[in-house]
Design a protein around this ligand. Structure first.
Ligand code: C5P
Length: 237
């Protein structure tokens, strides 16, 4: 059984290194994973990843690649030099792009996750880019594509986890954002789940940002979240 400390991924969604440093200092040793996304990586570059590694964090570099297969292949090759263990590509990039990414990731046991439909997309948005129909069907279709291409897992909203787990089997890793511990604000997340619900619905990893990073005491907020997960995790063994 994985412990709570091993499955929480704190999203370091901050603009600059100074803010990232403060948070990493408070969270080091208390949680295994942090997620570095487009905002911080674009501002600070690969050195922020190295710094996180030096502090002992496992790194999920969430850059959601979507480009021609060769470009994505080369980008994953660059990621392999960074000592990152988890990263993302858009499944909408198509089977050939996904296979190129999978081939490169396999060289270093990089956990390659597919993003299906962004949670900011609704039926109207998807229809406007020529993808009509219920969002859940789109997500399952893209999830199947990801699995067929050999991806290790998917980023999935809380609403989609149960269905994806049922349709795609137990091996696929499912990483779920939109987690809101008891008493925290939803913010702009429309579809949220408590940490316990997310684990029970089949998520392997939970991405948590603002409930920790914007808490008055991030270490305390993290500890409450870890405590909230003890029982659900022991039930899942
Ligand atoms: O602050 P919050 O807990 O909402 O942060 C969630 C994190 O997960 C953010 O980094 C966000 O970009 C990311 N994410 C998401 N929904 C997705 C994919 C990623 O919220 N579908």
């Amino acid at each position: 059984m994985k412990t709570a400390k091993e499955i929480i991924i704190v999203a370091l969604d901050v603009p600059v290194r100074a803010s990232a440093d403060i948070l990493m200092d408070r969270l080091a040793g208390k949680v295994d994973w942090i997620k570095i996304g487009l905002q911080l990586f674009t501002a600070e570059g690969p050195s922020i990843v190295r710094e996180a590694r030096e502090r002992g964090f496992r790194v999920f570099l969430d850059l959601k690649f979507h480009d021609i297969p060769n470009t994505v292949r080369q980008a994953i090759r660059s990621i392999r030099k960074l000592d990152v263990e988890m990263t993302t590509v858009h499944t909408l990039g198509g089977p050939e792009m996904l296979r190129a990414a999978v081939e490169e990731a396999a060289e270093k046991n990089l956990l390659l996750l597919g993003v299906t439909m962004l949670t900011s997309m609704d039926e109207a948005q998807a229809g406007a880019i020529g993808l009509p129909g219920p969002m859940e069907e789109q997500v399952v279709r893209l999830g199947r594509l990801a699995k067929a291409a050999g991806l290790s897992g998917l980023v999935a909203s809380p609403r989609e986890t149960t269905r994806l787990r049922a349709e795609l089997g137990a091996e696929l890793q499912i990483v779920t954002p939109g987690i809101r511990p008891a008493g925290s604000e939803a913010g702009d997340q429309r579809r949220t789940l408590s940490p316990a619900e997310a684990v029970r619905s089949g998520s392997d990893y939970l991405v948590v940002g603002r409930p920790i990073t914007q808490a008055p005491d991030p270490a305390q907020a993290l500890q409450s979240l870890l405590d909230e997960l003890q029982n659900p995790l022991s039930e899942c063994t």
